[in-house]
Design a protein around this ligand. Structure first.
Ligand SMILES: Nc1ncnc2c1ncn2[C@@H]1O[C@H](COP(=O)(O)OP(=O)(O)OP(=O)(O)O)[C@@H](O)[C@H]1O
Ligand SMILES: [Mg+2]
Length: 254
């Protein structure tokens, strides 16, 4: 029996119509996929952790004035968000070479980049989310040049903030992906952050040991994904030292 209307079911999340017009409920599943869904598993507890971590990060971003879709968390797996018109781009910001950048350009994983590098990928699963340039984005009308400029400045602000947030708890932000969307305030269009920011969408390495605390643990079979995500949550002060649900503050890593 459907409680509410399903809007979209993706690989990691489900969107339902929200209680008020212009809102959705974002439900975080335990499903994990990689390599354009060729690799698939169900990882007990992943959705709960990502819901909580994304809440924490989006709330912090709101605190420094970075507009985003998060309204409030509803329960362990769901959050209320502002519905927006998703711009069909995955926006990747890189600080350190890893993943596809290392592969394509032959740069060793772990090499610090001379400056943050932003890449755009066209969101289309059938095409495997191909990389595109600003020329493609404007020519095919996915976004205007002004939108791209706004997206870049938003992405760089998020990068600076998140780099500091994670460094403070002994984690290096190697790269991350965000999605953006449009909302309208009367006649004015604004671009806001949407989707999620979690260890599914970031590369996070322990500063001291280089241990991976992100989805690469799943992609490369490096151990328990929930252990890695729990560690991120614990360091951010979302989980107490020993287990779940407490209110311990962030722990300084020396
Ligand atoms: N605020 C929002 N308003 C509208 N759509 C949103 C919002 N936030 C996220 N979405 C969309 O909801 C979907 C979330 O589902 P999920 O991340 O599981 O999709 P996916 O399988 O990864 O596919 P996709 O390639 O579309 O991201 C995505 O398509 C995302 O673009
Ligand atoms: Mg997605």
């Amino acid at each position: 029996m459907a409680r509410r209307r399903l809007v979209y079911e993706g690989k990691a999340k489900i969107l339902y119509e929200g209680p008020e017009p212009g809102t959705y409920v974002q439900y975080f599943k335990d499903d994990a996929t990689a390599f354009n869904a060729e690799k698939f598993d169900v990882i007990d507890g992943k959705g709960v952790l990502n819901n909580r971590i994304s809440e924490h990060i989006m709330t912090a971003l709101t605190g420094i004035g970075i507009p985003n879709h998060f309204i409030r968390r509803i329960n362990m797996r769901e959050q209320l968000i502002r519905a927006c018109e998703i711009i069909p781009l995955e926006v990747v910001v890189r600080n350190v070479a890893a993943g596809s950048l290392s592969k394509r350009l032959g740069i060793d994983e772990g090499t610090a980049l001379p400056r943050p590098i932003i890449e755009f990928y066209y969101k289309d699963d059938k095409l495997g989310d191909p990389m595109v340039t600003e020329e493609h984005i404007v020519a095919f009308n996915w976004a205007a040049q002004q939108d791209i400029d706004d997206i870049i400045s938003l992405a760089l602000r998020v990068n600076d903030f998140l780099s500091g947030l994670f460094l403070g708890v002994g984690i290096k932000l190697v790269d991350f992906k965000v999605e953006t969307g449009r909302i309208w305030d009367g006649d004015f269009q604004r671009i806001i952050l949407a989707d999620e920011i979690s260890p599914d969408s970031c590369r996070l390495w322990d500063v001291k040991t280089g241990q991976k605390l992100d989805k690469d643990v799943f992609r490369r079979d490096l151990g328990s994904l929930t252990d890695a995500y729990s560690e991120v949550a614990r360091r951010l002060g979302i989980l107490p030292e020993g287990g779940k649900g407490g209110k311990a503050g962030p722990k300084l890593v020396h």
